[in-house]
Design a protein around this ligand. Sequence first.
Ligand code: PBG
Length: 338
Amino acid sequence: MTRGPSTPVGVFPQTRMRRNRRWDWSRRLVRENALTPDDLIWPVFVCEGKNRTEDVATMPGVVRYSVDRLAAAAGEAKSLGIPAVAIFPATPAEAKTPGAEEAWNPNNLVCQAVRTIKDAHPDMGVMCDVALDPFNSDGHDGIVRDGHVVNDETLDALCRQALVQVEAGCDVIAPSDMMDGRIGALRKALDQDGHDRVLLMSYAAKYSSGFYGPFRDAIESAGFLKGESKDTYQMDPANSDEALREVALDIEEGADMVMVKPGMPYLDIVYRVKERLGVPTFAYNVSGEYAMLRIAADNGALDYNRVVLESLMAFKRAGCNGVLTYFAVDAARLLHDA
Ligand code: PBG
């Protein structure tokens, strides 16, 4: 992929770069990257209740589904060729505690959602987030002691959380908490319990980002976090070498796939990870990135269909194998119509 200084560049007028661009057929022939529904993972929000959807105010067009609506929603994604969904619960406030015990309740919203989707669509991939923030009355991804998110005690909680998700039928465990050692701990816990086929997708280079704002509304954790930052566990946006180290550690601990998050403002990180480590690399096109394009398009500033496909292609160009994106269903539909 990397082209050295010896690459022939040609000289005008013998060389005219526009020649290849003249026709649709010639543009298609020289196209370097492709985006297909196979590249998409659709994050889905789940809420309590029956036969209902709830709007997410800061993400127009995105809804939370009650569990009984999930099979149909996932079925639509599947029929468009989307390989997998990722589940995120909006846990009712009364189930949130400082110990986040609801995370390993085998009948919590996530587990109900996984069972429902796998029953209806056994051949669809189902991914679960592992982190305590939907269940923690402190709004943090780990357990808080004396004002600090503690690492090793959180690891035990994450393992318990992952085991109930896997027992419900989850195919891919995706820890997003950024505790040290979690990939190794999860791999061990899963293997000891006979789940050596379950995949681990690590949120390996996850930055402490303002772009997660709308997501925290969607899972209703923002009010619990009370403006505190996640800077003591998520990465500093100023860092890039550190991302390579995070990813390398997670590979060593047993990650099958790695993720960079957020997406669009961090494509340089995706590029470096893919170039350097050559592992299956994903990015999360997060809630704030969705909101930016969606709200701008709703206000007439952008052509929604165009910017969605252009943005997702940028992920492919940077080296992503796939993208978690709230645009997944719309994008798959556009790709089919194209
Ligand atoms: C929680 C988690 C977050 C996202 C996925 N899992 C938010 C956070 O770390 O606060 C963000 C996804 C998005 O913004 O779309 N561990």
